[in-house]
Design a binder for this molecule. Structure first.
Ligand code: SF4
Length: 882
């Protein structure tokens, strides 16, 4: 690229063609003040505070929008520049309320800081009283005081350029001008998703977080990773007096840049909820009694060893967590395999994502996404199937929306419900719930026909019409989707619970991999597969081997060589596997074969149907390590209080396989302890393993056990985390060598269509299919989101979306309660009309508590992956007074 030489304050410097004066100044470490500029946004030139002087013309130009040109001589601090900046700031201050002492932005207000830097004290201009009235809003997240707005436009640009929602724009002109929603509605009646990006980016107190506990100065801020979904957003947590005060996006080197979503921004205060578990408890005479850590650990170690001695090690099971860190999951499986010699270990991925993990491991040799979320933005065609990223993985949805709106990508949205992505899709395909896998096979066949590749014989023999039977999908619409996908290799295939969570989830993901192979998009920047996992660390928990089938690093649990290798490091070989999966453990519990279960950080009963609850109640010994009381702690024999994500160190691995730090910012309440500490103490008692001093120590051992992670160190992930295995370059369309990728010429064998069925019987008594949807305001079984005060206040209760005709038949209307009855249970929820849903489909939107719908679930698992059912149920809809 051509270099351009200029002088800045008399010093010769050179930059690249197309750079602005501001960018070059920042690159060489010269500070030019700004208010409307943000590196994540396009230059705008609204505030003019960045004025600099061009020596040749003596003109003042805005540095943020003026490109450098050869021979330019720029003064950044001349008398004329300083004078002009002062005038601009004084004009802003003359129109700004003098309420700094009570303003929420306090010492963080950029207008006030800049004025102080330029020595502006009292403003000697006539004050211009604000024409703008305060805005009354009911939402619990954002406070708008537009009298403090300096019209920098950052909120509008963040909304339109980064989050691509379009809730804000300028309203009026002249003195009344300000950012506002359409028709000046309150935010809660606009498109706003309360992601808080505008609040974080606002330089003054015009936009602030509502109801902050401690306005003003915070004692310190800590860089960490959001603990909700697998996007792995980097955040700053601001802490005062051992309490979380505020969360803001960490822009540098992060996947999320200046954005977050409502959960990440406002959903962290659950950590301070009064229901936190504070002391270990043991059940004595039917009552839970608080005890010391020593007594609790001795009880757990002693009972597990006794049970192993009496009934054999395989009478014990372990269940790890997709919300806990890599280090915790690693130690947990070590406690199971080395400490107690049981191969029975599983984790929360068994509630769905396991289908994708097994399919990808088998067919690709790589689990997780094959490209980064940054690269998703450069895809030319994007297929989203069985997922609602706008609700479940918002930061991934921002990347998709930017690809479509700003780079012209063609989007194919495959999902029944209308949402922001369906509205911008070139093709919106609406498969009936449970038929997504068959539709993908049909799409694969159509693409194969268009590409005129020599397809597999079994695929050639299938008929698209037959595959689409019962799916409600029109063959012509699917043809259009096939044409879009076939037009480029830079295709990104994004999938979620609607694909992997139904019958034959693993086969459905295999079909998607077959389609990807046909498209040639894997191993190509700007293309690839993107699974949307359920937990903050689904990927990492599986990588660490809390799975019945795999040792750490996906070494098969049956493989003697793999066991020998680990045995050399541990000093004792893990037992032969595979062990029992959760589904098998539950059945074993019901027959009395499984005697003890140790659950870390998952509310099993909150996610399982009644039959499983009964089975677990037969256990002789149930240990639950948790941060809150749950339905599972309710039947436990020992409860161990654990630390939350802001109270411990470790790492998460995001859905794009980026390993990132989480850091302790507060100390745990009461006697709660980090999970690593608890498991290390038990390993010491049970397996005579010396205590691990820190999570970093555990990572040191992980590096030995998983040689592919040899380069992973805490210091190496300071800036932006480490991709594991490393992803290739960022140039779009480039072939990316992906370590471990075994796709090559491999043929994806026949897909077993017989597995792709709805999970439950289709009896006439239950004529509707209830589908579990996603909500921005709730997460998982709701143990955390249900205790996050603002998420709860805004979206506490669950609802059911139904076709208006169904309500009419029942003599009900929008907002009325309806009763959903399944074979297993029943539930009364509020009905909300959605015309796009078929009469026979009920779409369930969880409330902040999340697990309301588990009462409807039936027991069963997928034959291919032992994945438990969980996303669909057959129900009957009734009037509540029936
Ligand atoms: Fe957290 Fe996911 Fe939201 Fe990012 S997108 S802030 S990781 S919940």
């Amino acid at each position: 690229m051509e270099t351009v030489a200029i002088t800045l304050d008399g010093v010769p410097v050179s930059g690249r063609q197309g750079m602005t004066i501001l960018e070059l100044a920042q690159e060489v470490g010269l500070k030019i003040p700004t208010l409307c500029h943000d590196p994540c946004l396009k230059p705008f030139g609204a505030c003019r505070v960045c004025l600099v002087e061009d020596e040749a013309t003596q003109r003042l130009v805005a540095a943020c929008v003026t490109p450098i040109s050869s021979g330019m001589k720029i003064r950044t601090n001349s008398d004329a520049v300083v004078k002009a900046r002062k005038v601009i700031l004084k004009l802003m201050l003359a129109n700004h309320p003098e309420s700094c002492l009570v303003c929420d932005k306090g010492n963080r207000c950029e207008l006030r800081k800049l004025s102080a830097e330029l020595g502006i004290g009292l403003v000697d201009y006539d004050r211009m009283p604000s024409q703008i009235k305060s805005i009354q809003e009911a939402n619990p997240f954002v406070l708008r005081d537009m009298s403090k707005c300096i019209l920098c436009g950052k909120c509008i640009r963040a909304d339109q350029e980064l989050v691509v929602v379009g809730a804000l724009d300028y309203l009026h002109r002249g003195f009344s001008s300000r950012p506002a929603t359409f028709l000046d509605n309150p935010l809660e009646r606009s498109e706003c998703t309360f992601c808080g990006t505008c609040v974080a980016i606002c330089p003054t107190g015009a936009l602030a977080e509502k109801g902050r506990v401690h306005p003003g100065t915070v004692s310190h801020k800590v860089a960490t990773t959001c603990s909700y979904c697998g996007c792995g957003c980097s955040v700053w947590v601001h802490v005062r007096e051992n309490r979380l005060v505020e969360v803001s996006p960490k822009k540098e080197g992060s996947v999320n840049r200046a954005t977050l979503c409502v959960r990440g921004h406002y959903g962290g205060d659950y950590l301070h909820h009064k229901e936190r578990l504070l002391r270990p408890q043991i059940r004595k005479d039917g009552e839970m009694v608080p005890v010391s850590w020593k007594e609790a650990l001795e009880e757990v170690a002693g009972k597990l060893l006794d049970i192993a001695a009496l009934y054999g090690p395989t009478s014990i099971g372990f269940f790890g967590s997709i919300q806990c860190t890599n280090e915790e999951n690693y130690l947990f499986q070590k406690l199971a395999r080395m400490g107690l010699a049981t191969p029975n270990i599983d984790n929360g991925a068994r509630f769905g994502p396991i289908s994708g993990i097994l399919a990808m491991e088998e067919e690709l040799g790589v689990t997780g996404s094959t490209s980064s979320l940054d690269e998703l933005e450069f895809a030319k065609a994007i297929l989203v199937v069985g997922a609602q990223p706008s609700e479940s993985h918002p930061v991934a949805s921002y990347a998709i929306k930017r690809a479509v709106k700003q780079r012209g990508a063609s989007l194919i949205y495959m999902g029944l419900l209308r949402d922001p992505l369906s509205q911008m899709a070139k093709a919106w395909i609406r498969p009936y719930p449970g038929t997504e896998g068959r539709v993908i096979v049909a799409l694969w066949k159509l693409v194969s026909g268009k590409k005129k590749t020599a397809g597999e014989k079994w695929l050639e023999e299938l008929h698209v019409g037959a595959l689409l039977q019962g799916s409600m999908v029109d063959e012509h619409a699917l043809e259009e989707a096939a044409s879009i996908l076939s037009s480029t290799r830079q295709c990104a295939l994004v999938y979620g619970r609607g694909l992997y969570g139904n019958g034959g989830g693993k086969e459905s993901v295999r079909a998607l991999l077959g389609l990807a192979k046909e498209l040639g998009c894997i191993g190509l920047a700007g293309g690839g597969i993107y699974p949307l996992d359920r937990g903050a660390n689904t990927q990492g928990a599986c990588d660490m081997g809390t799975l019945a089938e795999f040792l750490p690093g996906y070494r098969p649990a049956w493989d003697p060589d793999a066991r020998r290798l680990i045995g050399r490091i541990w000093g004792k070989e893990p037992p032969p596997g595979p062990g029992m999966t959760l589904a098998q453990m539950i059945e074993a519990a019901s027959t009395g074969q499984l005697k003890a279960l140790y659950v870390m950080g998952e509310d099993l009963l909150g996610n399982l149907p009644k039959i499983a609850r009964e089975a677990l109640s037969h256990l002789e010994f149930l240990v639950v390590q948790e941060i809150f009381p749950t339905s599972t702690t309710g039947i436990a024999h020992v409860v161990l209080p654990a630390a939350g994500f802001l109270e411990k160190d470790g790492t998460y691995t995001s859905l794009e396989r980026r390993i990132q730090r989480i850091r302790a910012a507060c100390s745990p309440p009461g006697g709660a302890k980090p999970d690593c500490w608890i498991i290390s103490a038990l390993l010491n008692r049970i397996g005579q393993v010396p205590h691990y001093d820190s999570a970093a120590d555990v990572m040191g051992e992980i590096r030995q056990v998983i040689p592919e992670m040899g380069g992973v160190s805490y210091s190496g992930m300071e800036l932006q985390g480490i991709f594991w295995p490393c992803l290739g370059g960022k140039e779009t369309g480039e072939e990316v060598p992906l370590p471990g990728l075994a796709f090559g010429d491999k043929i994806i064998g026949p897909i077993d269509l017989s597995m792709m069925t709805l999970p439950v019987s289709s009896e006439n008594a239950f004529p509707q299919v209830a589908v579990l949807g996603d909500s921005l305001f709730s997460w998982g079984s709701g143990v955390r989101s249900g205790r996050a005060s603002k998420l709860w206040a805004y979206n506490g209760s669950a609802k059911a979306l139904v076709n208006p005709s169904l309500l009419k038949e029942l003599g009900l209307k929008e907002g009325d309660p309806i009763r959903l009855v399944s074979k297993e249970g029943q539930l009364v929820v509020k009905a909300v009309e959605r015309r796009e849903l078929p009469h026979s489909v009920v779409w369930l939107i969880p409330g902040a508590r999340g697990s309301e719908f588990s009462t409807l679930l039936e027991w069963g698992w997928d034959r291919g992956s032992f994945q438990l059912w969980g996303s669909c149920a057959r129900v009957k809809v009734e009037r509540p007074d029936q």
